[in-house]
Ligand binder design. Sequence first.
Ligand code: ADP
Length: 427
Amino acid sequence: MNILVLNCGSSSLKFQIISTDEVAISNNTDKILAKGLIEKVGTNEAAISFKSLTTSSGSTNIYSVTKPILDHKDALYSLMEWLAMPTTIIDGISSTKDIDAIGHRTVHGSESFNSSVLINASVVSELEANIELAPLHNPANLKGIDAATEVFGKDISQVGVFDTAFHTTMPEYAYMYGIDYDLSKKHRIRRYGFHGTSHRYMGIRYRELTGKSITNTNIISLHLGNGGSIAAIKNGQSIDTTMGFTPLEGLIMGTRCGDIDPTIIEYIMQKEDKTLKQTFDLLNKKSGLFGISGISNDMRDIEENMYEGHNRSILAHDMFCYRIKKYVGAYLSIMNGADAIVFTGGIGENDSIIRHKICNDMDYIGMSLDKSLNETTIKGIEGNIAHKDSKIAVYVIPTNEELMIARDTYCIVSNKKILETYCALLL
Ligand code: ADP
C-alpha cells in the first residue's frame, strides 16, 4: 500500500511516500519512494524541493523550484503535478491515484485520542476543539487534512497520528500539575507530552534489536533535536515525559527555555516592559542554546565556539547536558532502574560529545560507554554503544516518525489493530 505521509506546519509542508504492508512491517522492508518539502507556503517565493528515491532502475529524480504557493492546497497540487510529470519516475506511482491513503502527523490529540485514528467529521471537530491547547500546531494540521480532502477527493482514507497519544498512559499523579484540581479539570490543564511517535518508535526498534518483549521494555528515551524531550518507558508504556502542557517545558532546547519558575514571566514583563506574547516569544524562540550562548540554536555551532573558548557556549553546553542528566536520574528513580537509555534526534544520533557528557560519571548505576563505538555511531548508524562491562545498555537509534505514521495508517486503513500488528510481531 502506498501511503502519503504529511507533516503540515504553519508555512511548510513535508511529505514522504512510503510503500508498506504487513510483510514489510514484519521484515522491515517498507520503502520510502519519494520525499520532499515546501517551505514559505503562503508567499510568492515558496521553495519546493522534491526527490524520488527507491526505483528499480536505481535512478533518482530531484525537482527543485521556487514559485508562488498560496496555501496548503496549492502545495498539494504542486505535488500532484510533480507526480504526473514524465520525468518523475517512482516505482508504482504515476499520479495521485496511486496513493492509497494519507497519514497526517497531528500534534495535539489531548485526552481524546490515545492512538492513531481514521479521520472523519467527528475527529475533525475534536481537533478543532483542541486548537485552544495547540494554537501553533493544530490549525496547520487541519489545513493539511482539508487540503488533502480537496486534492485527493473525499473518498481517500486519512489517518491522524498524534504526538501526544503515546503519553496517554501516564498515571494521573505524573500528568497532573500541583495547581487547583477543579481548575485543572475544567480547562484540561495537565502534562500531555510530545514527540510520542518518536518515543514509541524507540520502544519498538529497541525490541527488534534486543528481542525483548513489550512488558520487558524498560528504557529511558532521549529525543534530542532542535526540540528535545525524554520519556520514561516502563513495561513498554510512557509513564512520564519532560514536555508538558506545551512543548516549552522540560529540557533546555535549541530556542526554548525548558523548565523555569513561572514567576520569571511576570518579572520579565515588568522589568522589560514586554507584553505576555512578547515574553512567550522570548521563551519559545530566543532562549535555550540560542539565548544562553548568544550565538546559535545549532549544537554544531555551540561546539565549534566552545572549543574556541567562548564562555557562553561552554555554559550553554554544560546547562544542556546537566538538565538531561538530572532527568535521567529522576527517571531511573521512578522506574526503579532501566535496562537501557536510548539516544535519538539530530543531536542524540550524531553528537558523541553530548552522549559522553551525559553518560559520564554514572558509576552509581554501572553505566559506561565504549569510547570507540560512541565516536563511530553517527550519521544513521544504530546500535549499543555501552562498554561491554556496562550494567546498562546505551543505544543510538535514528528516529523514523514518518515510518510510524505510514505503518499506523496502513494498519488502520486495512482494519488491523496497531498493537496486534506490530507489537505481536515483536513480542
Ligand atoms: P528537529 O527538532 O528540528 O527535527 P533535528 O532532530 O533535525 O531537529 O536536530 C537538529 C539538531 O541536531 C540541531 O541542533 C543540530 O545542531 C543537531 N545536529 C545535527 N547533526 C549534528 C552533528 N553532527 N553533531 C552535533 N549536532 C548535530
